[in-house]
Design a protein around this ligand. Sequence first.
Ligand code: AGP
Length: 339
Amino acid sequence: MVLTTETAMARETAEAPEAVARLLVQNRPIIEEIVRTLKYRNPPAIVTSARGTSDHAAAFFKYLIEIRLGIPCCSMGASVVSVYGSKLALKNAVLLTISQSGQSPDIVALQDAARQSGALTIALVNAEDSPVAKSAELCVPLRAGPEMSVAATKSFIASCAAGAWIAAGWIGDAAMQRAVAVLPQTLREAANLDWPEAVALAQDADSLYVLGRGPSLPIAQETALKLKETCAIHAEAHSAAEIMHGPLELISAGFPVIAFSPEDDSRTSSSETLQKLRTIGADVQAVEKGGLPFAASGYPLLDPISMIQTAYRFVEATARARGRDPDRPRLLKKVTETV
Ligand code: AGP
């Protein structure tokens, strides 16, 4: 099948810079309130709750907070309340829920139970009239607008931007705050980049690895999810460290690997890993200085946000090159409700 019209995935990916610009203009009071509250409460831990793509945005936030504040930020099993009926012990903790639809029953139940157990509930939600948005104590509307493609794009980028904004304020890092403020321009630049070498690598692949490290690991996970969802490629994401603990064994000559390697403190060790993979014959395409181009955000820990803007273009182009319509996966729906 050759698609002759623009896909919703391409259109919505292109809308991400303006979505983030809207988020930054319209949400300042709620972000400032969240930052003030986090500083005042000084929680010993942050617990996150999310599914699918939204869980990758939560993992991106996790790395920013753990790296810069040393506060553990961990995902809670979404089923512990809705399936297992557990009573939570989250007194003094903060539960951060991220959801596009704000309506999956497991995510709704976890937030309600967390609040009852004494946690402060914060939510980043695109659907403002959803149960998660309505019952969170502090809710940031993502303002990404309606998303028609089953593949979430601009709402994910908006979730990452909102998380980065909260993190930058809580950390109190002026350089990080400046990078957040100029994210719309950075994303516009990223929306004009393409990775034809990566499309050529992925378009005939049955199976491939996507690697990242620290905050770029969730971007690798998000890219792998989208390659499954829109291209039906068995794409697995690993950290550039974790791959050494087992997944390495599957690598043989010509095995395709896409890697994200921003200029943060992980760069040296990630480069060593990629070199090793190339030595054993892997076909590696890396998003890095001197490799596949990316739009630098001015703050390397935030570069994964602009990397995913370009990665979505790569995934969409790969789906089309494989004769697939990325907006219409065979078995998936836009809103998935799980317990
Ligand atoms: C994203 O491309 C997927 N379709 C899926 O992971 C989706 O993001 C997820 O089901 C959304 O859940 P949410 O509405 O709770 O964010």
